[in-house]
Design a protein around this ligand. Structure first.
Ligand code: PGA
Length: 265
């Protein structure tokens, strides 16, 4: 069974003392749930001190980005190799990186391989723009992003990857409707099934991201194949983030700890 995963992406917010305070508050607030994994993705600067502060039974850390070469003359960059003992996960291909920092399909592919090579689990973000949705190109966009990102990985490696469906029009704006999420998540898992096989498709975790708030958690978890969330601004407020975790726990309890079955299972 796939364990539910909730990732808080703090983006470029919080200095070291603010980040430490937020972790302190989250640690007070969030309980340990055996079936829910909670991950925090603070800025690069605060990863190291937070790695000493966090209660590892409650949280794991993720980097928001890294460079695909292990070392060398790359001014300003941090490698996956440098992060390997600090983080468990890394977010790769977030739309802000694709759009603002020109991470293209090939860069994302190389970062995926570098993460896996350094034993860091990639959280691959995929998703379409508003225009692409209107032009009915969503599946094509997802196809191209998945095809390149996963192209240098073996089936066994892909089985451990996390994929976050994050429609760009939803981020910081509006939660996608369960039907829209269902369609995209089904497509993503179907792609993985076609290319890497049934076992990998059953194992891989697929998250939804885009304006996730406590009120929408149940509706989204009801979508077959949604295994958790990538939360942006909602993760900066400890009450909101804790409420998202609590709502997830309540949903799990109501569903006897069973994930909604994935089509074909
Ligand atoms: P949001 O961001 O929750 O603020 O919409 C999600 C993300 O960008 O990962």
């Amino acid at each position: 069974m796939r364990k539910i995963l909730i990732v808080g992406n703090w983006k470029m917010h919080l200095n070291a003392s603010q980040a430490s305070l937020l972790v302190h508050r989250l640690q007070e607030r969030i309980k340990i749930y055996r079936d829910i994994e909670v991950v925090l993705a603070p800025s690069m600067l605060t990863l190291q001190p937070l790695s000493l502060q966090i209660d590892r039974r409650k949280f794991r850390l993720a980097a928001q980005n890294a460079y695909f070469r292990d070392e060398g003359p790359f001014t300003g960059e941090v490698s996956f190799n440098m992060l390997r003992d600090i983080v468990h996960y890394v977010i790769i291909g977030h739309s802000e990186r694709r759009q603002l920092f020109h991470d293209n399909l090939a860069t994302v592919r190389d970062k995926m391989a570098a993460a896996v090579r350094n034993e860091i689990v990639p959280i691959l973000c995929v998703g379409e723009t508003q225009q692409e949705r209107e032009d009915k190109e969503t599946k094509q966009v997802l196809h191209d992003q998945l095809m390149t990102a996963l192209s240098n990985l073996t089936a066994a490696e892909v089985a451990d990857v996390v994929i976050a469906y994050e429609p760009i029009w939803a981020i910081g704006q509006v939660t996608a409707k369960p039907g829209q999420v269902a369609e995209a998540v089904t497509y993503v898992r179907g792609y993985v099934r076609d290319v890497f096989g049934e076992k990998v498709a059953k194992n891989i975790r697929i998250l939804y991201g885009g304006d996730v708030a406590p009120e929408v958690v149940h509706g989204l978890l009801d979508v077959p194949g949604v295994d958790g969330f990538l939360v942006g601004h909602g993760s900066l407020n400890y009450e909101t983030f804790a409420a998202i975790v609590e709502a997830t726990h309540r949903w799990q309890r109501n569903n006897n700890g069973e994930m909604a079955p994935v089509k074909g299972e």
